[in-house]
Design a protein around this ligand. Structure first.
Ligand SMILES: [Zn+2]
Ligand SMILES: [Zn+2]
Length: 252
């Protein structure tokens, strides 16, 4: 792969390594573009809720400054982009966009880990009722319809602990909606590296049938992840088997 838009930094509290190390490993891996997309700091108005999954609100400018400095410093060797991975929480979205726009991000990817919002603590992979999968798909499609997202990360994050009918119906609805909105779906290499329930072949069979575009995302939480050929090979095998339409060109 030559372009990776899914890279974290240690600010999110569950990733390792200096920003510069990610750049150095990306250059060694032969990437042409390294997009940083750390878990965006989130403005939760009128609450003292404290998110432990993302950078702090007051780290926004430090993050942007650090990535922009690396962008300049390494301009001859690699293209660096400054983006965010963002949840779509309808009631907070507009204010959140204003907040993030202070640093003029190059792009956003959607990574939806919560149904509703994280104040309600419905972490998607822990849900098992069919109506939760329906709610996830509706929320994701509503978010993608804003046009604010470059692609959808780990689209099948809620997994497969629902009825067979719901899995088929809802993931088909997700794939069709994303296709209509022209939003690519990510094959998440972190899920492969860590043997998570996603990316699941079942989901990508549906994506192949619907005709979605797919893209590889390293979802690096450690600089070493950028040089992991193993996960990339497994993803490539699935792409070949299913005849998926892989985007190999630059996305932005
Ligand atoms: Zn993460
Ligand atoms: Zn991520």
């Amino acid at each position: 792969m030559l372009y990776n838009y899914h890279t974290h930094t240690k600010r999110c509290k569950h990733a390792e390594g200096k920003d510069r190390k990610y750049v150095e490993q990306a250059i060694k891996a032969g990437l042409k573009t390294l997009g940083f997309s750390d878990h965006a700091p989130y403005l939760f108005p009128n609450t003292d809720y404290y998110s432990t999954y993302r950078m702090e609100v007051d780290e926004l400018h430090d993050y942007a400054r650090s990535i922009r400095a690396l962008q300049k410093e390494y301009a001859k060797e690699i293209e660096i982009l400054c983006g965010f991975e963002l949840e779509y929480y309808p009631e907070f979205h507009e204010k959140e966009m204003e907040f993030l726009n202070q640093v003029k991000p190059d792009y956003l990817i959607m990574g939806q880990h919560f149904i509703g919002n994280e104040l309600s603590l419905l972490y998607a992979p822990r849900q098992t009722e069919d109506k939760m999968l329906e709610a996830y798909v509706s929320q994701v499609l509503e978010g993608l319809a804003t046009g604010h997202f470059l692609y959808l990360a780990h689209p099948d994050l809620p997994g497969y602990r629902f009825s067979k009918e719901a899995v088929e119906r809802e993931y088909t609805r997700l794939c069709e909606g994303a296709k209509n909105l022209n939003v690519p779906l990510e094959i998440n290499l972190l899920g492969i590296r860590e043997n998570r329930p996603y990316p699941n072949r079942k989901f990508f069979e549906i994506a192949a049938r619907v005709g979605n575009s797919v893209i590889l995302g390293v979802d690096a939480h450690d600089p070493q992840n950028l040089r992991d050929g193993y996960a990339e090979n497994l993803a490539q095998n699935m792409i070949n088997d299913l005849g998926l339409n892989l985007i190999e060109e630059k996305l932005i």
